[in-house]
Design a protein around this ligand. Structure first.
Ligand SMILES: Cc1cc2nc3c(=O)[nH]c(=O)nc-3n(C[C@H](O)[C@H](O)[C@H](O)COP(=O)(O)O)c2cc1C
Length: 362
C-alpha cells in the first residue's frame, strides 16, 4: 500500500483511495470489480437483487478472481418497506397509467402475487453475505442492524455505510461502521436517504464532504459527480479520505451496462440528468428519456418502492432487450461527460490515480 492511499487504504489494505461504486439492478460485473481491485482500488459488486444462494456463489467467484480486497453491497430496507403489500385492486389502479407501455411492448400487468413473489429477504441476503466472508461489505439506504455489524467485526469483515446528510453520517458512525460514503446529490442511481425524505436530503457532493469530514472520525469516502483526477484532488482537499466513482466505471468496458445505456452516457442528455421516482418508486438520478418526460406529471403519484419497481420491471427488461432507450432506466451521475467512455477499468483507474497526483501536486 502506498502512502497516497490514506486512511481508507490503511483500513482496507488498498493502494489507491478509489472505490468503484457498486451497481445494483444487474449492472455490476465480477470482471469490473476484479479489474479495479487488481489495479489497487476497491472493486465493488451491488448484490441488492441477488438471492442468498447467488450471493454465496458471487463471493466465491470474486475470491477466485482476486486476492485483493473487494466489497459487496446490499440495500437496507426502509422502515415499513417490507410490509407494503398492495392487493390486486390497488395494483390495477397503479398499473393503469402504465397500460400503454405494457401494450406497446406486448406485456401483461403483473399480479399482486407476482409482485409479492419478487420481494427480497434482506435478513437472508445479509446472513449469506456474512457467511461468505467478503473482505468488505457496504450498505446503502439505512443503518445495518447491530447484529450484522457485530458479526462482521467478529469475522474481520470491514463495514462501510452510505450517508446523504451529515446526520446520517453521524448515525452510521454511532452504529459502528468502519467508514462512511458521503453521497452527494450529484451521484448517479438511487438516493440513499433514510433519516429524512429525499427532498430534504439533497446536499451536493462538495457541500457535503467537508461537513461530514468535520462531523465523523471514521474515514470519509466522497461520492457523486467525481469522474476524473481533478474531482479526486478536490474531494481529498475538502477532507475526504477517498472517493467512490460510479458513473465513470459504469462507462468502462467491463461493466454490465447495456449498449443503449453506454450510448446514453456519452450522449448530450447525460449533461442534464434528472431525479425521478418513476422507474422504481424511489428517487434516483438518471438521463431523461421519453418515459421520464411523458410521465412527469405522475412523479409524486407512483407507489413507493418496491411496488413501482415490480410494476416497471417487465417494461424496463423488455425495452432493454429491444434496445429501446426511451423506456429504460438510464442511471447516471452529473459528471458522465467527464468519464473516459469504453476504456478498460484498469486503464481508467490508472488515469484517475495519475490525474489526481498531478492536480494535488499542482
Ligand atoms: C447504475 C447505478 C447503480 C447503482 N447502484 C447502487 C447500489 O446498488 N448500491 C449503492 O450503494 N450505490 C449504488 N449506486 C451509487 C454508486 O455506487 C456511486 O456511489 C455513485 O454512482 C457515485 O456517483 P457518480 O455516479 O456521480 O460517480 C449506483 C449508481 C449507478 C450509476
Amino acid at each position: 500500500m502506498s502512502a497516497a492511499a490514506g486512511r481508507l487504504g490503511e483500513l482496507l489494505g488498498i493502494d489507491h483511495p478509489v472505490v468503484q461504486g457498486p451497481f445494483g439492478g444487474g449492472l455490476s460485473s465480477v470482471a469490473l470489480a476484479v479489474a479495479v481491485s487488481e489495479g489497487g482500488g476497491l472493486g465493488s459488486y451491488g448484490a441488492h437483487i441477488l438471492s442468498p444462494e447467488a450471493i454465496t456463489d458471487l463471493v466465491a467467484e470474486l475470491k477466485a478472481g482476486t486476492q485483493r480486497p473487494f466489497a459487496v453491497n446490499l440495500w437496507v430496507p426502509l422502515d415499513g418497506e417490507e410490509d407494503l403489500r398492495p392487493d390486486d385492486a390497488e395494483l390495477a389502479r397503479h398499473a393503469e397509467r402504465l397500460l400503454p407501455y405494457y401494450a406497446e411492448l406486448g406485456l401483461s400487468v403483473p399480479s399482486a402475487e407476482e409482485v409479492d413473489g419478487a420481494r427480497l429477504d434482506f435478513g437472508a441476503q445479509v446472513d449469506a453475505l456474512l457467511a461468505a466472508g467478503p473482505p468488505v461489505i457496504s450498505f446503502v439506504m439505512g443503518i445495518p442492524p447491530r447484529r450484522v455489524i457485530d458479526e462482521a467485526r467478529r469475522r474481520g469483515t470491514a463495514v462501510i455505510g452510505t450517508a446523504t446528510t451529515v446526520d446520517e453520517a453521524v448515525a452510521l458512525e454511532r452504529a459502528g461502521v468502519d467508514a462512511v460514503v458521503a453521497s452527494g446529490s450529484d451521484a448517479g442511481g438511487h438516493r440513499g436517504a433514510f433519516l429524512r425524505p429525499v427532498r430534504e436530503s439533497l446536499v451536493g457532493t462538495f457541500s457535503l464532504i467537508p461537513q461530514v469530514a468535520d462531523a465523523v472520525s471514521v474515514p470519509v469516502v466522497a461520492a457523486g459527480g467525481i469522474a476524473d483526477g481533478r474531482g479526486i484532488a478536490a474531494a481529498l482537499a475538502l477532507g475526504a479520505d477517498a472517493v467512490q466513482i460510479g458513473t465513470g466505471f459504469l462507462a468502462t468496458r467491463e461493466s454490465g451496462a447495456s449498449a443503449v445505456h453506454r450510448r446514453a452516457l456519452s450522449g448530450p442528455d447525460a449533461r442534464t440528468t434528472v431525479l425521478t421516482r418513476l422507474f422504481s418508486g424511489r428517487t434516483a438520478r438518471g438521463i431523461p428519456n421519453r418515459f421520464v418526460r411523458d410521465m412527469a406529471a405522475y412523479e409524486d403519484e407512483v407507489p413507493p418502492y418496491p411496488v413501482q419497481n415490480a410494476l416497471m420491471q417487465p417494461i424496463r427488461r423488455a425495452a432493454g432487450g429491444q434496445g429501446r432507450a426511451e423506456y429504460v432506466n438510464l442511471w447516471s451521475g452529473q459528471a458522465a461527460a467527464l468519464a473516459r467512455g469504453s476504456v478498460g477499468a484498469g486503464e481508467y483507474l490508472a488515469s484517475l490515480v495519475e490525474g489526481a497526483r498531478e492536480h494535488r501536486a499542482g
